[in-house]
Structures are given as C-alpha cells and as structure tokens.
Design a protein around this ligand. Sequence first.
Ligand code: SAH
Ligand code: SF4
Ligand code: F3S
Length: 471
Amino acid sequence: MSDIETLPADTASRYTIAADSDARAPKRKVQIRSFGCQMNAYDATRMGDLLEKEGYEETATQDDADLVILNTCHIREKASEKIFSELGKLRMAKQDRANSAAPLRIAVAGCVAQAEGQEIRRRQPAVDVVVGPQNYHRLGDLLRQADEKGSAVDTEFPVEDKFDHLIAPSRKRLAQRGVSAFVTVQEGCDKFCTFCVVPYTRGAETSRTPESILAEVRELAEGGIREVTLIGQNVNAYHGADGNGHDCSLAGLMQKAAAIEGIARIRYTTSHPRDMADDLIAAHRDLAALMPFLHLPVQSGSDRILEAMNRNHTALDYIERVRRIRAARPDIALSSDFIVGFPGESEEDFRATLALIEEVTFASSYFFKYSVRPGTPAATLENQIDEATKSERLARLQKLVDSQRHAFNSATVGRRLDVLFEREGRHAGQIVGKTPYLQAVAVDAPRELIGQCVEVEITQSGSNSLFGRIV
Ligand code: SAH
Ligand code: SF4
Ligand code: F3S
C-alpha cells in the first residue's frame, strides 16, 4: 500500500492526474454514503480519489465494503439524528463480520463529525474513524492509526489547507464522472445566521486560489466534463488572489473558467443576497457560458424575522436585488430556500413570506421547518413555534411554490432550448439532459449525444421533468 502522496508546494502544478494504481494489488472496497449539500457530494468524490491511492475502490453496496464512510450533514435535527440510527445498523453488520476474513470498518465524516467529534464514539463505540470536513485529506493516516490504536478522531481545524493535499482523480475515476461536476471554490461562513450550524461545522470563510481551481477545472474538462458548478457555502463571497497578488472575484474566476476549452456551461451556488456584487450581476449579462439560473436563498419575507435571523437585509433589499439581476439577464430563473416557523414567526410574518414569493416568482424552491440547532443563537430564543403551526405553514408554502414551479415549466413548452445531455434515460433510446434553467428534459435520441449541447423543442411538461424532441 502506498502512502498518501503529498504534492509539491504550488497548487497550480499540483493538480496532475494521479497515476492509475497498481492493477495487481488486491483492492479493498469502500462505500461512501453522502448526505446533505453539494459540498458533501464534492468531498465524497475527493475522498474516493484519495482512497483509490490507498488501495480502495468504490462500491455501491455495503455487503462487499471493507470500509463504510458516512459523510454526514448537521443542518437540521432529523439529518443529524438519522446518522446515529444508520450507525446502529452498521454496528450490527460489523458484529456479524467480526470473525470473518473481511471485517468491516466504519468512518464518520462531514458536518456531524465536526460538530460531535469524540461524542460520536461515545454514543457508538463501533465507529473506527471520525474525520471533519477540513481534515479528510488525512484519511489514509487516520485509517492506519485506527488499525494500530483502535480508533482515530480528527476534527481540529488544521493549519494546512486540505486542497494542498488532496489527490487528483485517476483517469479511470475521471472517466466515470460524466458531464457535469461540482468544484469547491470557497468554504466556510462568517455570516452567522442565528439558525445555522454551518459557521461552526465548516469553519471560517476561506477561498481557494484561482490557480488551484482553474487547474482542477482544466483536468475535469480534459476528462470530458462540460459543465462546472462552482460551489461554496457563500460562493459569491469568493475572493481569491492569484499568484501575482491580484484580487479575483467570483465573476473574474468564472470568466477564466469559461475560457477553458471544453467548458460549455458554468453555474455557481449557493449565494447570499448581500454578496451579489455589481460585477457578478454584470456577468449574468456578459458571460455567455454562465447559465441563467440563480439559487438565491431569502429564508423569509418578513423584515422582523430577517433581522432576528441576522440576514442583514430587508425583504425590499432582496426584491430590488432581484430586479437588478433581471435587468441584466431578463430570462433568469430563480430559486430560494425558505424556513417556516422561525422562533416568533407570526401569521403576519408568514404572510409576508408568501407575499414575497408572489412578487418575485421562483422557478423552484426548497423549504424547511425551522429546526432547533444546539449552540446556535436562535436555539435559546423564546416563542418557539409549535410543530402543528410549522406543518400548516409548510403546506401552504409548498402549494404556492409548486404552482409557480408548474407555471414556470409549462411556460417552456413550445420553446427551443439548449439541452446538455448527461445520461441515458429510463427507457431504451431515451437520453436525459438539462436546460439552461436547470430543468431535466428527456428526449428520444441516440446516446452519442451525451456530453453535447443540442437544441431541443420542449413538447410536454411532466411533474418532475420535461419532454422534448431534437430540433
Ligand atoms: N449558505 C446558504 C445556506 C446553507 S444551509 C445560505 O446562506 O443561504 C441550506 C439551507 O438550509 C438554508 O438556506 C436554510 O434554508 C436551511 N436551514 C439552515 N439551518 C436550518 C435550520 N436550523 N432549520 C431549518 N432549516 C435550516
Ligand atoms: Fe448558514 Fe447563513 Fe452562512 Fe448560509 S449565510 S451558511 S444560512 S450562516
Ligand atoms: Fe449539511 Fe454541512 Fe452541507 S451541515 S448542508 S453537509 S455544509
């Protein structure tokens, strides 16, 4: 087994394709189960890349796995507690295999690992490794440490940057990546919304260097990726500095990424309304590769609640920001996140949220019942809202958001849109891709079109996807 290869000190040259691992070496298998947001999905891919170097190949099933990694999410109580029931089941599987030739090892990564640390092993001693989102570049060492000492926990925020130590995908893994990929450009958050655990689980806001990001995008493009989504907890707070000390904003970064051969489409998520800078809004007008879809969470339409959430803007600020974005790119489609039942939310506050949705109109949205998160300021507020009221408000919100989504999808019927085909569909002869507005479209067409942008006439709008024909 080889040691983790740490790559040389300047990041641009670092992102070189890893040599394919020795085919003769007996492979162990790892199952990585990822929960939560796109950043966890990205981290899972990078863990897979580096574990390949450690002699593992990925498997989709637990039964043939030597190692199971739960890449966890802490954002709401349900997500977080679910992990402990998963761990209970894994403990049984581990016990069953204890004396077999293939024992099972269990690792917990992601945001629950960061938030709970040692507590995870106290609640479930069957866990071998606990590793935080800023430490998973040390996974190989931690697994060896667990072999020697019985367990390993690493959730200290490290002085080194994990991106300097991660490993580029092998050609084999790159070939499995498909057409569209996430790339983390910014991580962590300094905004401290009063309901949110992210500043505690992902740490302070940091941006990767443009060189490191662009090197990664270049490799992905060479491997067949056509669409990159630049991700960050606050992606539009991105503020990189290039090797010459010049500042680089998200807009500047996207311009450079768009110039990379093979990259046809660029997206970014998740943005904070306060960080929609002028040059970013202008990019929606000027940068052809930037897709006209923006996820811009507002959480609530009530100024009183927005203030209690520490969002630092009013409902009108949001609406005016949207107006400016639409002036730059009239066809842009928007989506948002909403929280219902934040402490103290009155019927009137909730109606203000509905009114904002009516006014802005969204192509789609995500909505959540407020979930008390230990250690966050809102957890200790009085006037917590009862479950029945939360459920009732959630249902009303869902109805409005659904009707807007249907209206948006129906309005594309009859239009001709560029579709980037990503994969085969459910039926033989069908392929599936995405419109610029992030809608899934199924078309009867040859699979050779996967990876290409093709003009499609939308013929029908179903409940979850559109149907169309090649023009
Ligand atoms: N950085 C992004 C959001 C990250 S978390 C932003 O600022 O918008 C993703 C979503 O989860 C949030 O937008 C919010 O709607 C929801 N969320 C976060 N904490 C929550 C909580 N305690 N209860 C319910 N929903 C929550
Ligand atoms: Fe959480 Fe607010 Fe930061 Fe988004 S901006 S990650 S909601 S604290
Ligand atoms: Fe969840 Fe962590 Fe993402 S808490 S939403 S996995 S940043």
